[in-house]
Design a protein around this ligand. Sequence first.
Ligand SMILES: C[S@@+](CC[C@H](N)C(=O)[O-])C[C@H]1O[C@@H](n2cnc3c(N)ncnc32)[C@H](O)[C@@H]1O
Length: 365
Amino acid sequence: MGELVRERSRSRGDRVRVWVERKHRGRVLGDPAREPAVAAADLDDARRREVGQPPQRREMRSFRIEDACQQAVILALVNLAVLREAEGGTMRRLEGHEIEQLDPYVFMAVIGKRVIHPGGRTATEQLLRRADIHEGDRVLDVGCGVATTAITVAERFGANVTAVDISPLMLERARANVRARRADDRVTIDEGDIVSLQFPDESFDCVIAEAVTMFVERERAARELVRVCRRGGRVLATEFMWRRPPTAEAREIFLGQICPGMKFDTVEDWVRIYQNAGLADVRIDDGPFEMMTSRGFLQDEGRGGMLAIMGRVLSRPAYLKKMAWLMSRMRRAVPYLGYVAVAGEKQLASSLDAAGSRVREPVDA
Ligand SMILES: C[S@@+](CC[C@H](N)C(=O)[O-])C[C@H]1O[C@@H](n2cnc3c(N)ncnc32)[C@H](O)[C@@H]1O
């Protein structure tokens, strides 16, 4: 094949173009638009055919990003993934049967995904635009996953963030990410359950929960988020929704096979749930589920992150098997899925009194 000189890629839409330049018999061959030498390469191929040898190179390729995952470009990144696996050596290596049992979102964290909610970074930005967070504010991120939003909030606004999650595996990765970003002084990671948070009433100026309430009793979770927020503070949540009525197959695949037990609602239902929990001035942004489309993946994780994740998936048969299982099902559910980003203000005391102190309702046992 010749010695690899340079490899470049550029993505546009859902396609990625890759130029592979190789030194062949002393010449550099490459992008035909920029490297006339490729004509000589074609001659070399013609000569090879004459003597019964197959052509040996492909100098320029244009892949769909999905296809690119299966191509040699990505294989080269397995090395990177192996390195990253080694770097994460403080984390326990999971057995194959454990990987098979993982919830899809925990699996995403294990393979290195940083943004694990349906609207991706777009939805986070929509929430943060409505957040009104200031330096020194106390912010709670519930169901923080690997702490991506918690770290962003601390770094961008200079807020003091407490991030809680119920999954030990998520907490382990969240702590590692906070350490890696040297954000320990601003982000505290703790175990916590969204339906019974350990914090006193009104402990935070802003409370965030991205893609968490639908795993539990939604009304109760919403009340807890509002309870721990101060009056006049903001509660922000990203929730799943059906963007259009799902087919029976899509519903069964998503709620039956991929996320059994998960429940979610229409935009109107989500607004009602949060208003009943004590939020006023509820604002909504919504959009399609893009977390696992190639475009969303690229946008959320960046090109380096995306390729590292793909490399990591390729590095273990158990990851590949789980990913194949997940993607083959997600593909059929994604067209119907979307997210709604909900932002509201906890009502002031006077409104609460007028509304019968809804936030003081006891949490159901
Ligand atoms: C879809 S992931 C979202 C993670 C993170 N918020 C993000 O957007 O990247 C859902 C998260 O909620 C956590 N979770 C599930 N049930 C929970 C509960 N009862 N209390 C707190 N966290 C919970 C999961 O462990 C997981 O980290």
